[in-house]
Design a protein around this ligand. Structure first.
Ligand code: B12
Length: 211
């Protein structure tokens, strides 16, 4: 299939950090009528390849940084094409990447999609302490709390946040969705959150069903 070839070119351009080629290929895919959301999934697969190369010792931390920057450049091409649903305000979400973790590309994709789906997004940023997250839930009374984590060493922030919300009497007032490449179903279940989304698109669908 023609798309498959283009998708594989997009992945290689990302893995080789060829920003110009990547932007050109992303635009080509858009011109061919491929949905921006689908191109983001292809880019995420490319990021997995970068992660594998890092794990194999073929790439270093600097490569991860460059990959992150390359991905952000490609997202700039795609963001104006994400399907919006102007006007309707569906609900409010407070979003954060948990303490100790500075990965924000996945979080940003999810918050962008949530914004275009009509949600009011309060993005607390990265490396956000459990205390600050609970304080934001108290202050903003969101319908949903979204948490992102990519480091297995920091996943224990999820049950900690759930416990703190329970202590404050806030847990029953907010739905919690978590995401991030290293979060497993078993962990999410044990952490006491309401849902784990394997992708940003899946996350948006879960939130739409809730609100
Ligand atoms: C780019 C990258 C970085 C960049 C991040 C730049 C940035 N601005 O985000 C930098 C260089 C900073 C970095 C640093 C490190 N990284 Co790093 N990084 C990556 C890499 C290659 C890609 C991550 C990414 O952006 N993926 C693309 C996005 C789109 O995917 P995603 O985040 O999973 O998000 C998608 C879904 O999961 C979902 N999603 C994500 N969050 C949420 C939340 C909600 C609520 C919902 C609904 C959905 C959702 O939506 C997205 C789109 O579908 C991954 C490898 C990988 N396969 O993930 C390693 C990886 C995550 N890093 C890793 C490591 C080890 C590190 C470092 C410790 C390295 C070091 N020695 O310094 C540091 C830690 C820094 C810190 N304290 O956080 C490991 C983690 C291993 C582990 N099991 O814990 C990985 C898995 C690489 C590997 N294979 O070893 N990293």
């Amino acid at each position: 299939m023609a798309n498959e070839e283009l998708f594989s070119e997009i992945k290689s351009a990302l893995v080789e950090f060829d920003v110009d080629l990547l932007k050109g290929k992303a635009q080509e895919a858009l011109d061919q009528g491929v949905e921006a959301e689908e191109i983001i999934s292809v880019l995420s697969e490319g990021m997995d390849v970068v992660g594998e190369k890092y794990q194999a010792g073929e790439y270093f931390v600097t490569s991860l940084i460059i990959a992150g920057e390359t991905m952000k450049e490609a997202l700039e091409v795609l963001e104006p094409h994400l399907s919006g649903r102007g006007g309707v305000k569906r609900g409010k979400i407070v979003m954060a990447t948990v303490a100790g973790d500075i990965h924000d590309i996945g979080k940003n994709i999810f918050t962008t999609l949530m914004g275009t789906a009509g949600f009011e997004v309060i993005d607390l940023g990265v490396d956000v302490s459990a205390e600050a997250i609970v304080a934001a839930v108290k202050e903003h009374s969101p319908d949903i709390l979204g948490l992102s984590a990519l480091l297995t060493t920091n996943l224990e922030q999820f049950p900690l946040i759930v416990e703190m919300l329970e202590k404050e009497g806030l847990r029953s007032r907010v739905k919690i969705v978590v995401g991030g490449a290293t979060v497993t179903d078993e962990f999410a279940e044990g952490a006491g959150v309401d849902a784990l989304a394997k992708s940003a698109v899946e996350g948006v669908n879960i939130c739409k069903a809730w609100v």
